[in-house]
Ligand binder design. Structure first.
Ligand code: SF4
Length: 360
């Protein structure tokens, strides 16, 4: 960082106005860009806010920005792993992509269609193409329905196969997901966590989706079961050409399953790229800190653990400038006032940090 920047006087109001203007200009410019013909999912400047305080007239006075200016593309058959601490907005981002939350800004382009402003009714035919697997396999299955009923219902409702072939179709799906045929008549409470998650996976795949959002699908399971479920997801992806948006805080799992990785911090994407680039050459100090916590099985390898001080700040009142500056060991005065631009530093490898701007 230059001497000039260290001694510069920062006018926060003016900086905020300029940043808002250039952000808006970038959003407007990207709105008119043609859709990527190779992408199954294209997300541009996605934003999701929740009101936390309204005045007497119902006007929002304070809001929580859960997802701020997220952009990425995902091709059919790929897996994008999203990592970050709890509360960084990963799950909200996944649900907003599925339009379970209405986006507050930006664009979601799915299979060549801009679905951002689609109503519930207009989304209904697309629901079969976009599915979600939840974190908790215990609460996400109806306790009074048999496995057969749970898996047959979406197939019947969406007319996936003729009525007389539903049972055969469900049996075939159960086999693909590693579920025995006699489970058909059983209830969810009769199964372990791993088996329940297999039922959840089978239910999501029963409608032949193209995109599956996997929201921490193995976090609630034992380590030995985690490996089985991850391998199952990989096998099913190959055989059914599925595209995954895989949300997790477990870096080893993300490394194993992903083709691309996005690192989120306080609602923003701070780094994005191919898995190989992100793991072999992380650029952002936050990514480096996360990766330094991965245990190494080799006792001769010295761990250079970067310990982050403090908790993730509140998204209702995020820090000015770089949102990571309150915990970053390299933060300077400039970082406290000016938001670093999210830029491509290597082909396909994006990051947002002033240190990198200096190196360019
Ligand atoms: Fe750290 Fe500054 Fe880079 Fe933010 S911009 S990650 S505070 S060095």
């Amino acid at each position: 960082m230059s001497e000039l920047n260290e001694n510069a006087v920062y006018n926060d109001e003016e900086i905020a106005e300029n940043e808002a203007r250039s952000k808006q200009a970038a959003i407007e410019a990207d709105k008119n860009k043609p859709f990527d013909p190779d992408a199954l999912l294209e997300v541009r400047h996605l934003r999701k806010c929740f009101p936390v305080q309204k005045n007497l007239l119902g006007k929002v006075e304070k809001e929580l920005v859960a997802v701020d200016d997220i952009s990425f593309t995902l091709k059919a058959g790929e897996t994008l792993g999203i990592v970050g601490e709890s509360g960084c907005g990963k799950t909200t981002m996944g649900r907003t992509v599925l339009k379970l939350h209405q986006p507050s800004g930006g664009q979601i382009i799915f299979n060549g269609e801009d679905i951002t402003s689609y109503s519930h009714a207009k989304m209904r035919p697309l629901r079969t193409d976009m599915q979600i697997i939840f974190q908790d396999p215990y609460s996400s299955l109806p306790p009074r329905a048999t496995v057969g009923d749970i898996l047959s219902e979406p197939v019947k409702v969406h007319g996936i196969v003729p009525q007389n072939q539903v049972k055969e179709y469900v049996m075939d799906l159960m086999e693909k997901c590693g579920l025995r045929d006699y489970y058909y008549e059983r209830y969810p409470h009769e199964f372990s966590g791993g088996q329940r998650q297999r039922i959840c996976i089978a239910r999501a795949l029963s409608v032949k989706p193209k995109l599956v959002i996997c929201d921490e699908p193995v976090s609630a399971l034992d380590v030995s079961i985690q490996a089985q479920i991850i391998n199952l997801l990989k096998d099913l992806q190959r055989s059914m050409n599925l595209t995954y948006l895989f949300i997790s805080h477990d870096l080893s799992v993300v490394k194993f399953i992903s083709d691309k990785v996005g690192v989120m911090y306080l609602g923003s994407m701070v780094e994005f790229g191919l898995k190989e680039d992100i793991f072999s050459n992380p650029l952002h100090p936050y990514t480096k800190a996360l990766f330094s916590a991965i245990p190494n099985p080799d006792p001769d390898v010295k761990m250079n653990r970067v310990v982050l001080n403090g908790d993730i700040p509140s998204p209702i009142n995020p820090p000015k400038g770089c949102r990571f500056h309150t915990r970053c060991p390299y933060a300077t005065e400039k970082c406290k006032h000016i938001t670093p631009q999210y830029k491509e530093y290597e082909p396909g490898h994006f990051a947002a940090c002033h240190l990198l701007e200096k190196d360019q």
